[in-house]
Design a protein around this ligand. Structure first.
Ligand SMILES: [Zn+2]
Length: 330
């Protein structure tokens, strides 16, 4: 089959059903033993090797995409969103993921409102990565740079590529929209120079935010898994007997309205690599996607054990005192 024919078939399918067709999803049985790689290759077959994704606007380079490059951010987003889905972290279209390629100065974003286990390579949004302080003056004037993108992430003209470029999508009732998480992801890139940010609706994150009522942070010490989390101030990982502290911010009706409080929490807690959102979930970031993934997994483990410790009236941190529950808990 020629590439043109393959692409035509793909477009016909997209044009006929649109991405909303994903929402007719079947009941997915949770299968923790599934083969990521085989599923990935099966799912993204039909997109040609070295695909040149469309270019939108007058900035940036054309994105080279290689289906077989397992480290390509587009492939990683498809794979990890599926992984997170099977962990119950991004069910019901919630949650998201962004990867920043510092070398090529590109930012890749999972789309909004799409079932996360079914994202296809051409459904990713791509932004130019403006390094802080390196934006050209005329670019800042035109509203680009991190601040411009955070303030106006819905402006599709700022994207190098959006899935609405797929032929037939623009005529659909529901076109693709960039994730409302976008300004929050960009905030971690801007303020922490992170290479990736993960947002989940993990039940452990939600429940711990309900169990902690007095403090605006989750603090835990003396659990081995803490050693997977960085201690940013000293550029090393936390030790067993040190405290992991993760700020908790209040939820808002719209995800994008969390941007200011997330930024404040990042400034207020200079060592944190995550922010919990009450009754909502968690944002976790890292120097690159693999570190962000490890931090997310380790933190989720610590949140889960924290819940169980509270339920068993075991103090979370050595700083809390044995009488913490007699004093009304956290
Ligand atoms: Zn969310």
């Amino acid at each position: 089959m020629t590439y043109e024919l393959e692409l035509d078939l793909k477009r016909q399918r997209v044009g006929k059903h649109g991405f909303k067709s994903h929402n007719h999803g079947h009941n997915h049985v949770h299968n923790h033993g599934y083969d990521h790689r085989a599923e990935k290759l099966e799912r993204i077959q039909g997109v040609r090797k070295h695909d040149r994704l469309h270019k939108n606007g007058d900035i940036g380079d054309i994105v080279e995409y290689d289906i077989e490059d397992e480290e390509h951010p587009i492939n990683l987003i498809c794979l990890l969103c599926k992984d997170f889905y099977y962990n119950n972290w991004v069910t019901g279209t919630g949650g998201g993921l962004s990867i920043r390629d510092g070398k090529k100065k590109l930012i890749y974003l999972a789309p909004s409102g799409v079932q996360k286990e079914k994202i296809e390579p051409n459904e990713i949004f791509i932004l130019r990565d403006y390094q802080n302080g390196e934006e050209k003056e005329n670019e800042i004037k035109r509203g680009y740079g991190y601040d411009g993108l955070i303030d106006n992430y819905k402006d599709s003209g700022k994207y190098l590529y959006t899935p609405n470029e797929i032929e037939g999508v623009r005529e659909l009732k529901n076109t693709y929209k960039p994730s409302q998480c976008t300004p929050l992801f960009l905030s971690t890139f801007k303020l922490r120079n992170s290479g990736a940010c993960i947002h989940t609706h993990s039940q452990n994150a939600v429940l711990i935010s309900l169990l902690i009522k007095k403090q605006n942070y989750f603090r835990i010490s003396h659990i081995e898994q803490i050693k997977a989390i960085p201690f940013l101030k000293e550029k090393r990982n936390l030790r067993f007997d040190e405290n992991l502290v993760i700020p908790i911010i209040d939820n808002k009706n719209f995800e994008e309205d969390l941007t200011d409080s997330l930024q404040e929490a990042i400034e207020r807690f200079p060592n944190t690599t995550a922010v919990l959102v009450k009754r909502h979930g968690i944002y976790v970031w890292g120097e690159d996607i693999w570190k962000a993934k490890i931090y997310n997994e380790a933190i989720d483990y610590l949140l889960e054990i924290g819940i169980k410790m509270i339920q068993n009236r075991i103090p979370l941190s050595s700083e809390d005192g044995e009488d913490v529950y007699d004093k009304g808990g956290y």
